[in-house]
Every structure is written in structure tokens, then in C-alpha cells.
Design a binder for this molecule. Structure first.
Ligand SMILES: NC(=O)c1ccc[n+]([C@@H]2O[C@H](COP(=O)([O-])OP(=O)(O)OC[C@H]3O[C@@H](n4cnc5c(N)ncnc54)[C@H](OP(=O)(O)O)[C@@H]3O)[C@@H](O)[C@H]2O)c1
Length: 220
């Protein structure tokens, strides 16, 4: 039977690599997203829809497009990092914009999709070491992004509890430092490596409400 899933932000970076890897399996159908609705992926079981997580109407239209289709997985991958590396002060405009996409939009989308999930579905929130309280190299930089990912990690915990009885698994995944528009050229991991780990988590029967990195549970 074909599995149906959604990955947000499939136009570039980790999201693109994950969609490409998922589509190597003929039994997986993927709906991807980009802010324009355009995609370079040409595959029989792939469709790209426009989605801007900062816009309520865009989320509403996306969910309407999904219709009555049942969903087996949702990978909340799309996110923004607006700040440059060496600023530590809070800029309220940037904080709000970052939360609109990385947290509020991601939560609004997930909540709107909840009635469509099959039993045994898996929701994976791509967060970051930069959203972890246990980061041994913690510093004061990228505050807006770090706040948004820490809050998304708490959403993983809360939603996992709520969906436990429905047998829906909710996970956070830290992909490490990955070469992409967000991660830059100096990152030591390739998008395909992170994508492989996302697929492994997706295919595994794991404890719900946990934070994963390189195939292992990590500290929050
Ligand atoms: N790269 C790293 O080192 C790293 C490390 C830790 C965690 N992560 C996390 O991994 C995930 C993927 O990161 P990446 O490096 O692949 O990022 P990326 O290359 O910058 O790609 C971001 C994706 O998000 C989409 N997006 C941007 N703004 C959006 C909006 N307002 N609404 C909906 N979609 C939007 C983009 O679509 P458009 O092309 O249409 O703009 C694009 O597909 C993110 O959650 C990120 O926080 C990355």
C-alpha cells in the first residue's frame, strides 16, 4: 500500500534531499512545498504546493488542497534563520518573523492536519542543536532562531503526549550542521546524510516525544 506524506520546504537543502530520497521508494507519495509552489523534482508520486508558513491564508489553502487524503507522515522541515552570526541582542521584528514561520506557522499547519493522520503516522519536527538546552557549546548568538527551535521542541513533547493514545508518533530531529543556504558552505554534513537519518527515523518504530540525532536519542 502506498504511504502518503508531506514535507515542508522541499525546494532546497535538507527538505529537497529528503523528498528525493523518499521518492526512490515507489510506494511513497510525497507532497512537498515551497513558498512559490515551484519545484525541480519531477516524479510520478510527487506534487509541490505553495506554502508560506507566515501567512494564515496560505496554510488554510494548503490544507484545503490536501482534502480528504489520509496522511502517514509529516516532516516539518521548512524554517528560516534571519540573523547573522555575531549578534546577540533581541530584535523584536526578527523575533516575531522567525516565530511566525518556525513556530506559529508550523504549529498551525500541524494542528490543521491532525484529523487527517492515519494510526501509526509519524510527525517529525526538524529542530536543531541550537534549540537544545543541553548544547555544550551554548552561546548567546542567533537568539531568535534558538528560541523558536526550543519552543518547537516543547511542542514535540506536548503533542506526543496528546497523540499517544492514537498511536501517532511525534519526534524532534537535530540534523547537525548541514551544507545548505541556511547552513552555509563550511558545514561538514551533506543534506543527503541528514535526509538518510530522517528516513531512518521515519521508518523505525520509536518511542514518541523524543529528540533524535544521527540515529540516537539525544538530550533536550
Ligand atoms: N542547515 C543546517 O545546518 C541546519 C542545522 C540545524 C537545523 N536545521 C534545520 O533543518 C531544516 C532545513 O534547513 P535547510 O538548511 O535545508 O534550510 P534552507 O536550505 O534554507 O531551506 C529552507 C526551506 O524552507 C522553505 N521556507 C523558507 N521560508 C518559508 C516560509 N515562510 N514558509 C514556508 N516555507 C519556507 C524554503 O522554501 P523557498 O525555497 O520557497 O524559500 C526552503 O525550502 C530547518 O528546519 C532548519 O532549521 C538546519
Amino acid at each position: 500500500m502506498i504511504k502518503h506524506g508531506i514535507i515542508t520546504g522541499s525546494s532546497r537543502g535538507i527538505g529537497l534531499a529528503t523528498a528525493q530520497l523518499l521518492l526512490q521508494d515507489d510506494n511513497t507519495a510525497v507532497i512537498g512545498t515551497s513558498t512559490s509552489g515551484k519545484s525541480d523534482i519531477k516524479a510520478q508520486h510527487f506534487k509541490c504546493l505553495p506554502l508560506d508558513l507566515a501567512e494564515g491564508n496560505s496554510i488554510h489553502n494548503f490544507v484545503k488542497h490536501i482534502g480528504d487524503r489520509k496522511i502517514d507522515f509529516l516532516i516539518n522541515n521548512a524554517a528560516i534563520l534571519l540573523e547573522d552570526g555575531h549578534r546577540s541582542e533581541i530584535n523584536m521584528q526578527q523575533l516575531r518573523k522567525t516565530f511566525e514561520v518556525n513556530l506559529f506557522g508550523t504549529i498551525a499547519l500541524t494542528e490543521a492536519l491532525l484529523p487527517k493522520f492515519n494510526t501509526n503516522a509519524h510527525i517529525i519536527n526538524i529542530t536543531s542543536n541550537w534549540g537544545a538546552f543541553s548544547d555544550p557549546h551554548f552561546d548567546e548568538y542567533q537568539p531568535h532562531y534558538k528560541l523558536s527551535k526550543a519552543a518547537l521542541n516543547m511542542y514535540t513533547r506536548l503533542l506526543a503526549k496528546r497523540l499517544e493514545e492514537k498511536n501517532i508518533t511525534v519526534s524532534s530531529l537535530d540534523p547537525g550542521w548541514v551544507q545548505s543556504d541556511m547552513g552555509g558552505d563550511n558545514a561538514h554534513r551533506q543534506p543527503k546524510t541528514a535526509a538518510t537519518e530522517i528516513l531512518q527515523l521515519l521508518g523505525a518504530k520509536v518511542e514518541t516525544g523524543q529528540f533524535w540525532h544521527k540515529g540516537n536519542k539525544r538530550k533536550w
